[in-house]
Design a protein around this ligand. Structure first.
Ligand SMILES: [Zn+2]
Ligand SMILES: [Zn+2]
Length: 464
């Protein structure tokens, strides 16, 4: 029985993760992520499939980040009819993330069509709408960690905690025929030890093959505790000069981690009790899911919640859904912390807050996530003297503090340690990394005499 993996996306790059496992009896897809890039490439890549979505028997979803789940609605438009297996936390987070993604696609095309109409060019359709995204979430089926589940005639799936974001999974497949069983692991994305809120990643045993991410294949993270220290210093410095702290919100996981550290710092009386606002309906909804799915959180956080120190509910913390309430924050000059989307400052309420506060040197812009090239967030991180917001130039006088130690991905040491725990392995496939990072991890594995491979997009590899 030939068994193969086709690496469809998220190879030699970080977005668009998707891989197809084929046997003589079934086809199983691992993730269906959105490829993120410039507009034309974005549409081309996300609407071209090298297989027939109708023939897929099961989709197993690792986690709710859009680069892993964001192209599910496009697949459904092309005929995907199978069940999508994932944890219940991922299922619910995915609903919010896909709905938001549909909204973003619609807004983007509205803007494109405004220009096209003026130039007499043909009008375009969004990749998928909010409504289409919502339809996608009806075919999810939740399974628990460590529950061995039969998804097709010859494939069993077990999920383990990946320690990356709430509900994230390492997927293991047992592919069976009368003669043998092939065991394949999929750790994309892989978390790191000692993250606030989450459990450490589980190391699955008895695998033959491993597909693993390599985002930080050649880089090392500072310990996560450093983030808390830097947060404390930035807040105290800003409050002393009577300024505001603006944090562009990465709504899923990072916002909740920041709240966790803020709660800790308040408890330790290491920062003053100033108002903290989460000014984002999406971050608010996601945080609510952290409360619903608190059984996915680590023991320490669950204990804190039981003792009445919930990182998601404390006295000076307020979640804002309504636009009107958000606007009121502009006229309130007192020191405060505002966490608002979007993460890379390309849209959302953070733009209004930046417009009103970026020129005042008393204020601080606190960056806690990765800012991609060509975004306003990146220009802020690079401390450009002038930045353009809503078409107008503004002087960047506020202090910019960038905290890199918040990463939810394993670094080089974490990846090597995880792989070490999975040995012996016949072959290790390195995906979800820029070419240079995948290569650095490949070199380290080759030096240790391990059989690693960096697949190209579309490559098919037989498993024996
Ligand atoms: Zn992720
Ligand atoms: Zn990812």
């Amino acid at each position: 029985m030939p068994v193969s993996i086709r690496f469809l996306g998220g190879t030699r790059t970080v977005t668009g993760s998707s891989h197809l496992i084929s046997t003589s009896k079934s086809e199983v897809l691992l993730d269906a992520g959105l490829f993120q890039g410039r507009r034309d490439e974005f549409y081309q890549v996300n609407t071209t499939f090298q297989y027939n979505p109708r023939k897929v028997d099961a989709l197993i979803l690792s986690h709710a980040h859009i680069d892993h789940c964001g192209n599910i609605p496009s697949l459904i438009k092309k005929g995907l009819r199978c069940k999508i297996y994932t944890t219940s936390a991922t299922k619910n987070l995915c609903k919010l993330m896909l709905e938001d993604s549909g909204k973003i696609q619609e807004e983007d095309i509205k803007y494109v069509n405004k220009v096209n109409r003026r130039l007499g060019l043909p009008l375009r359709k969004p990749l998928y709408t909010k409504k289409e995204a919502m339809r996608a979430t009806k075919i999810f089926r939740a399974i628990s960690y460590a529950e061995r589940f039969c998804v097709t005639k010859d494939i069993f799936v077990t999920l383990y905690d990946a320690g990356h974001i709430l509900g994230s999974s390492i997927i293991t497949l047992e592919i069976k025929d009368s003669l043998r069983t092939i065991r394949l692991g999929y750790a994309v994305d892989l978390g790191r030890n000692n993250l606030p809120l989450l459990n450490d990643p589980v190391v699955p045993r008895g695998l033959d093959y491993l597909i693993i991410e390599s985002t930080y294949g050649g880089r090392f993270h500072a310990p996560i505790e450093e983030a808390k220290e830097r947060l404390k210093e930035a807040i105290n410095r800003t409050v002393e000069r009577k300024g505001k702290i603006l944090t562009p919100a990465f709504t899923l996981e990072r916002t909740q981690e920041v709240l966790y550290f803020l709660n800790e710092l308040l408890k330790e009386k290491a920062i003053p009790t100033i108002p903290i606002y989460v000014d984002s309906p999406l971050a608010t909804d996601i945080t609510d899911l952290f409360k619903v799915h608190f059984d996915y959180l680590n023991a320490q956080t669950r204990r804190l919640i039981k003792q009445g120190y919930s990182p998601f509910e404390f006295l000076n913390l307020k979640f804002i859904r309504e636009q009107e309430e958000s606007k009121v924050l502009n006229s309130d000059k007192r020191p405060k912390i505002i966490i608002a989307g979007s993460g890379m400052c390309e849209s959302g309420r953070i733009l209004h807050h930046l417009k009103n506060n970026i020129e005042d040197s008393r204020n601080t812009i606190l960056v806690v996530g990765y800012m991609a090239k060509d975004t306003l967030g990146r220009r802020i991180v690079e401390k450009k003297r002038i930045v353009n917001i809503f078409g107008l130039d503004h002087e960047l006088n506020a202090e910019v503090v960038t905290i890199n130690s918040f990463s939810g991905h394993a670094d080089r040491n974490g990846l090597l340690e995880f792989i070490n725990g999975c040995l012996p392995l016949k072959r290790i496939f390195l995906v979800h990394g820029d070419e240079e990072q995948s290569q650095l991890l490949f070199d380290a594995l080759s030096e240790r005499g391990l059989n690693a491979h960096i697949p190209t997009k579309g490559e098919e590899v037989l498993l024996d």
